[in-house]
Ligand binder design. Structure first.
Ligand code: ATP
Length: 261
């Protein structure tokens, strides 16, 4: 799998007078983890919504290699290899296998009628998708839960089902929106290991929005810092941690707020 560079150039998003993103630029180097951080309201979710096609920017571009994603619908962007998870768990029904097979649906070549009629090609394809879904479940640390109902899993496992479902699209870029939000310490460590493992095994790029600075420092190769919609810093985790603008932005927020989120 070749992973193209994801390039965000001068992206501006406005909501009725409020500039949520103000000419924000950053580049995600293929095969790396790029974290997007900043205090509450900095514009991180808005940026994710632009990357995944939910918002169209007033100006600026998002490119994956040579392909301009800026005005494409979310399903087109997903089909081009940019998959995302959401802050809140959306999966509640069916087994892990059912949910991962839904994720494979986009990649199915055999039509609905062929599948419904159990034509040989459709049956073979279904079997292949199931085998791949099982591999992805293992990658995401869900090997023992493949046939379990999602509703019976722990919170941490359910968050990893979301991750695995995004991986079922065979993405080249994975957008993770607060992957450890609401997790306890042990679940956070496990999720960090899984993200690292998945990135190494699949060679994809990861864009991470996260308030847990420990996780960001541990996983990110590069960090872009937003504050009030502007990019205020960019660099390695160490560079960003020592940046005076970043310290000012974070100290300006309520004490402990970032860790608690
Ligand atoms: N759909 C919307 N309509 C109007 N304003 C919005 C909308 N979405 C976001 N905003 C505003 O844009 C700004 C950036 O919000 P955004 O949610 O992107 O920040 P964030 O960095 O993700 O914050 P948090 O860490 O709290 O999730 C905020 O002032 C927010 O109130």
């Amino acid at each position: 799998m070749t992973v193209p560079q994801l390039e965000v150039r001068d992206v501006t998003v406005r909501f009725a007078g409020l500039t949520a993103l103000d000419e924000v630029s950053f580049t995600v180097t293929p095969g790396t983890t790029h974290a997007l951080i900043g205090p509450n309201g900095a514009g991180k979710s808005t940026c994710f919504n632009v990357l995944s096609g939910l918002y169209r920017p007033a100006s600026g571009t998002v490119r994956l290699g040579d392909t301009d994603l800026t005005r494409l619908a979310p399903h087109r962007i997903a089909a081009l290899g940019v998959a995302r998870t959401f802050q809140n768990i959306v999966t509640t029904e069916g087994t892990v296998a059912d949910n991962l097979m839904l994720g494979r649906h986009v990649l199915s070549r055999a039509g609905f009628a062929a599948s419904a009629l159990h034509l040989p090609r459709a049956v073979r394809e279904q079997r292949e998708h199931l085998a791949r879904a099982r591999e992805i479940a293992e990658l995401a640390g869900l090997a023992g839960h493949f046939d379990s109902p999602v509703a019976l899993l722990s919170y941490g496992d359910r968050k990893r089902v979301e991750l695995a479902r995004a991986l079922c699209l065979e993405p080249r870029v994975l957008l993770l929106d607060e992957p450890v939000a609401g997790m306890n310490a042990a679940e956070r460590v496990r999720m960090a290991e899984v993200i690292q493992h998945v990135r190494t095994e699949l060679g994809l790029s990861v864009v991470l929005v996260e308030h847990d600075m420990g996780l960001v420092m541990r996983l990110a190769d590069e960090v872009t810092v937003l504050d009030f919609g502007r990019r205020i810093a960019h660099g390695t985790p160490d560079e960003v941690r020592r940046d005076p603008e970043v310290l000012r932005a974070y100290l300006g927020t309520a004490a402990g707020e970032e860790d608690a989120a």
